[in-house]
Design a protein around this ligand. Structure first.
Ligand SMILES: [Fe+2]
Length: 190
C-alpha cells in the first residue's frame, strides 16, 4: 500500500488506506488499490498484465477518457535510465493526466498542490494513482530503481513534461519510507 507524507509545517505520515485516499482527494489525486481479475506474475507479458486488469482499465478509460493503456518497465539495466529519470525529477506538469498502476518495484511522487503543503506518495504493487493534468509534481525511483506500471493516456503527445523551474523540488529529499532512494555508495567512492 502507498505511504503518504505531508511535508512542510504539517509534517505527518499517512498509512491508512481510507485516510490516504481521503487526503489525496483533497489535492485532486485519485488513489485506489486494484486486485487482478486472475493471478498474474509481476514479470508476465504486458498483454497478460493488461488482460488481468482489463475490467479496472476499461472502467478508468470511461471515467477519464483514456484511449490507450500500456506497460512501462524500468529497471537498473534499462539503457539511458538516468537521462530518463532526469526528465521527471524536476517539478513539472503535463497537458495529460498521469495515471499509473504499479505492478512491481517502487516510485516516489511529490505533489505540490497550489498553496498547500507538498506531499510525497511512495507507491508499490497494487497502487493506482491518477495525477490530473496541470498538477505540479515530480518523480523519483527508490533504491531498487525498478518500476513496472500500467499507464493510461488520453493522448500520448500531452505527456511531455512542462517544467515550472521553481527549484522547489531541491527542498525535498527523495527518501522512500520502505526502501531508501539514495543508492549505496562505497566509502572509497565518496
Ligand atoms: Fe510527470
Amino acid at each position: 500500500m502507498a505511504k503518504v507524507r505531508i511535508c512542510d509545517q504539517d509534517d505527518r505520515t499517512l498509512t491508512d488506506k481510507q485516510e490516504i485516499a481521503a487526503y489525496l482527494a483533497t489535492c485532486g489525486i485519485d488513489y485506489e488499490q486494484w486486485v487482478p481479475g486472475h493471478p498474474v506474475a509481476e514479470d508476465a507479458a504486458a498483454e497478460e498484465v493488461l488482460s488481468a486488469y482489463a475490467e479496472e482499465i476499461e472502467e478508468l478509460k470511461i471515467r477519464g477518457g483514456y484511449v490507450t493503456a500500456d506497460v512501462i518497465d524500468v529497471n537498473p539495466e534499462t539503457p539511458g535510465l538516468d537521462q530518463m529519470l532526469a526528465k521527471f525529477n524536476r517539478e513539472h506538469w503535463h497537458d495529460e493526466d498521469e495515471v499509473r498502476f504499479i505492478i512491481a518495484g517502487h516510485g516516489l511522487f511529490h505533489i505540490h498542490p497550489l498553496g498547500r503543503s507538498v506531499i510525497s506518495i511512495e507507491v508499490e504493487a497494487g497502487d493506482l494513482i491518477r495525477v490530473p493534468r496541470g498538477t505540479w509534481h515530480w518523480f523519483n525511483l527508490c533504491a531498487d530503481r525498478r518500476i513496472r506500471a500500467i499507464r493510461l493516456f488520453q493522448d500520448m503527445a500531452g505527456w511531455t513534461p512542462r517544467y515550472t523551474e521553481s527549484g522547489v523540488d531541491k527542498n525535498y529529499l527523495p527518501v522512500c519510507f520502505g526502501i531508501t532512494h539514495l543508492p549505496h555508495v562505497a566509502p572509497a567512492e565518496l
